[in-house]
Design a protein around this ligand. Structure first.
Ligand SMILES: Cc1cc2nc3c(=O)[nH]c(=O)nc-3n(C[C@H](O)[C@H](O)[C@H](O)COP(=O)(O)OP(=O)(O)OC[C@H]3O[C@@H](n4cnc5c(N)ncnc54)[C@H](O)[C@@H]3O)c2cc1C
Length: 429
């Protein structure tokens, strides 16, 4: 008889969500994480859209260590001298309060604690060395020479899924499937944050930018308010960094911080923490076989994250995939069947959620986000149009049509290529 019904490797969002789902239905669950406290080394931007959490932790909005709820979202472009943003403030966010900034070093240990309260055995500080496999079935995990057995192993090991790769359950990741995120947390008093960003107590702002001020580099940036700090950082495809020989991603975050529209927002703040982390951005093509005899793969380990250059989400995908895997495990236990056929229910469930639907819908998003003109020509074009329209220089005014064609001419933009780009944005975004 195996030691556990299920072993979950990784107490990030995916692993804890799966452990809570299974343990609350009476399964005998072991949740292990290499960090102590569990998840303490994890990193995200991070705005958590918590709709799915309500399924397993209905009181999360009052109990979780949340920073600020997002009632103001900005998206935009930065050029060397300008910032062009859409500033979206809405009562809808305010009334529902589902988007919150979180700091993972606090949030993940809380979720792991909830898994423990649901009945899971949570052991932090354990790095699983490998999977135990017999007759092409995953039968447990190996740690420090011991084999711990289970009917099912749920692999929620994050973006760098060493165990799944070494066991041949998924292919090694290529540069094109990954982005690098670099982040800083800058301390500022709550009063300063509320004054600077026009926020009330508890409310927050989240902005995402396309950086058009870094030449050919294809880079996005984020800037989020926490209770008494700012989370900011940059995200760039690994392929892009290697192609351009960028090894010091830290310099890029400095350039973002020095931008004339960002520097005043963090003035007087002190850097409390910084870190870097990979992000899965390979889309549907990088999703592996999600289940097999005795195992399922969830969260970042399965490539479940969504990015379109202006939105980056992974925590909600991780949580929902954890819940779906957990429910599949509960069903498998009720049938006493842990075969690939039984666990294929996991993929069927995911197919009915935004997790796989989004990855399929946006399968060609790289044609937009990977287009260098999104980071060079278009921000400059927008800036040019706004300067012509809004900057009174004692010159005769021009029609938008003329402004556009002059700006396009200055930037050597061919009509066909520009129309193709807009067609791609229209079709893929
Ligand atoms: C810079 C940046 C910004 C981001 N911003 C956002 C955002 O604003 N909103 C959003 O929704 N998402 C964001 N994301 C994405 C989000 O952080 C991830 O998608 C999410 O954390 C995935 O959760 P997970 O549980 O799958 O993996 P993780 O959270 O990475 O958890 C994996 C866990 O597995 C453990 N582990 C790994 N290997 C082993 C082993 N062998 N033995 C034991 N334990 C192991 C690790 O310690 C870790 O705790 C961002 C990511 C980055 C890097």
């Amino acid at each position: 008889m195996p030691d556990y019904d299920a072993i979950v490797v990784g107490a990030g969002n995916a692993g804890s969500a799966a452990a809570i789902t299974m343990a609350s239905k009476g399964l005998n669950v072991l949740l292990v994480d290499r960090a102590d406290p569990p998840g303490a080394k994890n990193l995200s931007g991070g705005v958590l859209w918590g709709n799915d959490l309500s399924q397993i932790l209905p009181k999360w909005q009052s109990e979780a260590p949340l920073e600020r709820f997002i009632d103001n979202k900005k998206i935009g472009f930065l050029t060397e001298k300008s910032s062009i943003t859409i500033d979206f403030k809405t009562k809808y966010f305010d009334e529902n309060k589902v988007g919150h900034t979180v700091l993972r070093a606090k949030f993940d240990p809380w979720m792991a604690k909830k898994a423990k309260e649901a009945g899971a055995l949570v052991i932090p500080g354990i790095t699983v060395d490998s999977l135990a496999i017999k007759d092409r079935t995953v039968i447990g995990v190996q740690e420090s020479g011991d084999t711990i057995t289970a009917n099912m192993v749920l692999l929620a090991e994050g973006v760098n899924p060493r165990l799944s790769i070494e066991a041949g359950l998924r292919k090694p990741l290529q540069d094109r499937e990954l982005s690098v995120g670099v982040k800083e947390i800058i301390k500022l008093s709550p009063q300063k944050i509320e004054d600077r960003f026009n926020l009330s107590e508890g409310s927050g702002m989240a902005s995402e930018y396309i950086l058009g001020n870094l030449g050919e580099l294809n880079i996005g940036a984020f800037f989020y308010t926490n209770k008494d700090s700012i989370s900011l950082g940059i995200v760039s495809p690994m392929e892009e960094l290697r192609k351009n020989g960028v090894t010091h991603t830290y310099d890029l975050i400095e350039m973002f911080k020095e931008h004339p529209s960002i520097a005043p927002l963090i003035e007087g703040g002190t850097v409390a923490e910084y870190g870097a982390h990979l992000i899965p951005e390979g889309g549907i093509e990088s999703v592996p076989q999600l289940y097999g005899n005795g195992y399922m793969i969830l969260g970042d380990a399965a490539g479940f994250a969504f990015s379109n250059g202006l939105v980056l989400q992974g925590m909600n995908y991780a949580i929902l995939s954890g819940i779906m895997a957990g429910e599949t495990a509960v069903r498998a236990k009720s049938m006493n069947d842990y075969s690939a056929k039984s666990l294929s229910e996991y993929e069927k469930k995911l197919n009915n959620t935004y997790v796989l639907k989004d990855l399929k819908t946006f399968k060609d998003i790289r044609k937009v986000t990977g287009n260098p003109k999104m980071y060079t020509v278009y921000p400059q074009l927008l800036e040019g149009i706004l300067l012509e329209t809004l900057w009174e220089r004692g010159q005769p005014k021009k029609k938008v049509r003329d402004i556009l064609s002059e700006a396009a001419g200055k930037m050597n933009m061919s009509k066909v290529k520009t129309l193709t780009d807009f067609y791609n944005i229209y079709r893929r975004m």
